[in-house]
Write a protein that binds this ligand. Structure first.
Ligand code: PGA
Length: 234
């Protein structure tokens, strides 16, 4: 499972252009991309009838009510969105997302038929002080308390590896993913994220218990996202 997180990039014309290029090169590859929320409807229309899936970068947990500026699982479902990234470290850092709200959002997704991609990851100082596992455990605890682990997709993204060009080593990834596997289910899909690109994808995805990747920067162009997906499918 390879998911491209486009973050706050690509206006309408670029979004459609890259989607068309992805569709043209897709073949049997399994891919999803997460455009900006305002373009989700258009993106879903564009990929209809193809294998390319569309993900949202966020969703609120309530189905409706007085929550100015939010959108619900129902809103995403009626567009044709099939999954939602929840609790990305940038949401936690800039938009006060907590592990409790991440848990509620994941539950809302599962209840409403969307696949939640739950992001977790430690900061550099947390890793350097030997607290990486503790942090991950704490982020996961509320999520696993109210959600069946086998239904979740969990993306381990060390914050220090996001957008930095710095990968976690295969050993670091293996250790954390083994820990995650032990805390979840054999059916939980565990993704790795953080500076994954066409050159390192095969190595990262070859690590035991890595079932896919969440890709930021290298997903913005169809060519590199397709190259990642191809490297993995080999
Ligand atoms: P990156 O981002 O691939 O640019 O490091 C990954 C992410 O934020 O999901």
């Amino acid at each position: 499972m390879i998911i491209g997180n486009w973050k706050l990039n690509h206006l309408k014309a670029q979004t459609l252009e890259v989607l068309d290029q992805l569709i043209a090169g897709l073949g049997d590859l399994e891919l999803a991309v997460a455009p900006v929320v305002t373009l989700l409807g258009l993106a879903c229309e564009r990929v209809r009838g193809t294998k390319l899936k569309i993900a949202a970068q966020n969703v609120f947990y309530a189905s409706h009510g007085a929550y100015t500026g939010e959108w619900s699982v129902g809103h995403l479902k009626e567009l044709g969105v099939s999954m939602a990234i929840i609790g990305h470290s940038e949401r936690r850092q800039y938009f006060c997302e907590t592990s409790e709200s991440v848990a509620q959002k994941s539950k809302a997704c599962l209840d409403g038929g969307l696949t939640p991609i739950v992001c977790i990851g430690e900061s550099l100082s947390e890793r350097e002080s030997g607290k990486a596992r503790q942090v991950i455990e704490k982020q996961l605890e509320p999520v696993l308390k109210i959600n069946p682990p086998e239904k979740l997709v969990i993306a381990y993204e060390p914050v220090w590896a996001i957008g930095t060009g710095k990968n976690a080593t295969p050993e670091e990834i293996q250790e954390m993913h083994a820990f995650l596997r032990a805390h979840t289910s054999t059916k939980t899909r565990l993704l790795y994220g953080g500076s994954v690109n066409a050159n390192n994808a095969a190595q990262v995805l070859g690590v035991p218990n890595v079932d896919g990747a969440l890709v930021g920067g290298a997903s913005l162009e169809a060519r590199s996202l397709l190259a990642i997906a191809r490297a993995v499918s080999k």
